[in-house]
Design a protein around this ligand. Sequence first.
Ligand code: SF4
Ligand code: SF4
Length: 325
Amino acid sequence: MRYKSCYWIESGINFDRDAYKVCCLYSAKGGGNTIVKDNYKGEPVDWDEFFSFKKQMKDIHKSGKVYPKCDGCIFLEERDWPDDHTKISMINLDYWTKCNSRCSYCHTMADKDAYNRFKNYNFLPILKDMIKRDILRPNGHVSFGGGEVTLLKEFDKLLHIFMEAGFPLTRIHSSCIKYSRAIEKGLKNGRVDLIVSVDAGSKQMHEEVKQVKSYDKVWKNLKRYASHQKDPFAVKVKYILIPGVNDSKEEIELWLKKAKDNGINCVLHEIESKWFYARRENVPDNIIEFFNFAKEKAESLGLKYELYERAEHMMKFKSEKKGAN
Ligand code: SF4
Ligand code: SF4
């Protein structure tokens, strides 16, 4: 049947620190972040309840309306969606918070020690249950976010299982402070793409944003990962623009040069969350110009330039507003 929906509504799940949700995205005008079960600590998932929740969302969309939290989301797409309510093909994992970085914009900075001590539940039994029940669709997509993935005890095993289960691509977000052979292996066989948020060009700015001295180590590890990538665009370096902190053209130019010099071919540009959520529909023109500047510079160096999720919403809201005026 043809209607407006997204891959997360149709077949996604997000395992968060204390909840499972439809997706992990907050950028839509409606706020996203649709929680299905709160106060979750890794108990067996009630799949009947989960799929029935999704069916209710789909029914709203089939009736021509949009689930309120999904209002304005760039991932909504009108097309023929398969009539299948009981399969999962998109998994986002961010159920742990331990991290070796201290990014100034991270929600864990509210109480870093507590977040670093937090004992996460294990996802391995849940994944095995999903495989046993045959609810994982091959050709799916997995994404690891959370704290630092290389500090997650079950990470290597999980990555191996996803690759064995036929998931073609696993997206991994890492601080890149610790090198992982499991990630290297995934890059070598073209089954992993890696996103590292560097957020600076200079060492000084990197330390200001990251609040740990890791600039040289991160670029060294990035270069090593990039030297193993089968897909030339698999290793991606991100820059989260924090207005008033790292919004300098010199920093951007240096970031792009570092990427190029270290064998990276793809850069991602994002806007800082708290700043964006406070101004979602009133982003000043100079910020948009800044993104346009970065795109032009990146492309002049032969780098693939992509907007990340919030920035993509920001550009969409801005162009809709321009169109309405
Ligand atoms: S917020 Fe966006 S990505 Fe998430 S379920 Fe809604 S439409 Fe899909
Ligand atoms: S790397 Fe991620 S989890 Fe760690 S402090 Fe930075 S934003 Fe937070």
